[in-house]
Design a protein around this ligand. Structure first.
Ligand SMILES: [Fe+2]
Ligand SMILES: [Fe+2]
Length: 188
């Protein structure tokens, strides 16, 4: 995908990610079937890891450079990403019908709401103010490309499910394997 095919700038892309993952997590609650719960959970994990890695690779360096208190904002955000990942690792490891799962899911929802609030409430508006529009548009393409480096959905029924399982595989270790894949530390 070229930059010209992407609508909006990098902030639009990241805000859309926030909406999608939040909706996906809310969906998990409405589903009782354990297999569908597992699929939705793995999909939410996959989306959120891709989002976080893309932010770290392309957006946080720009925040460091342009924001008034960029170093501090990025340090805070990365700590939040770490907490999100710890919680996602709990979700990949526990039975989706257990009380542990519900507890971890609630925690993930709360952490994600914080993450969205920090970025959309403060950091993204400041980025829009300080960073040249052209650069934000160019970053949209980079973020979309970075996210595509790993297949999207672990769903058995999804079009690229076979590829996902070949490259990443579901279950315990998903968060780490996906992160490695996205950062190019794993070639197969
Ligand atoms: Fe984000
Ligand atoms: Fe973030």
């Amino acid at each position: 995908m070229t930059t010209s095919e992407i609508r909006g700038d990098v902030i639009d892309v990241l805000v859309a990610d926030h909406r999608d993952v939040t909706a996906l997590i809310a969906n998990i609650r409405s589903v009782a079937d354990p297999m569908i719960r597992r699929d939705l959970t793995d999909t939410a994990i996959s989306e959120l890891v891709r989002h976080a890695v893309a932010e770290e690779m392309y957006v946080y360096p720009v925040m460091r450079e342009y924001l008034a208190d960029g170093e501090k904002a990025v340090a805070h955000d990365i700590e939040e990403h770490n907490e999100l990942e710890r919680t996602m690792k709990r979700l990949e490891a526990v039975d989706v019908s257990s009380a542990d799962f519900d507890e971890a899911l609630g925690k993930l929802e709360a952490l994600l709401a914080d993450h969205v609030q920090d970025e959309e409430g403060e950091q993204f508006p400041e980025l829009r103010q300080r960073v040249p529009a052209e650069k934000l548009t160019e970053l949209a393409g980079k973020v979309e490309t970075a996210k595509k480096l790993a297949p999207t959905r672990p769903h058995p029924g999804a079009p690229n499910s076979e590829l996902f399982h070949k490259v990443v595989g579901p279950g315990v270790g998903l968060v780490d394997r996906l992160r490695d894949k996205l950062k190019g530390r794993v070639t197969r």
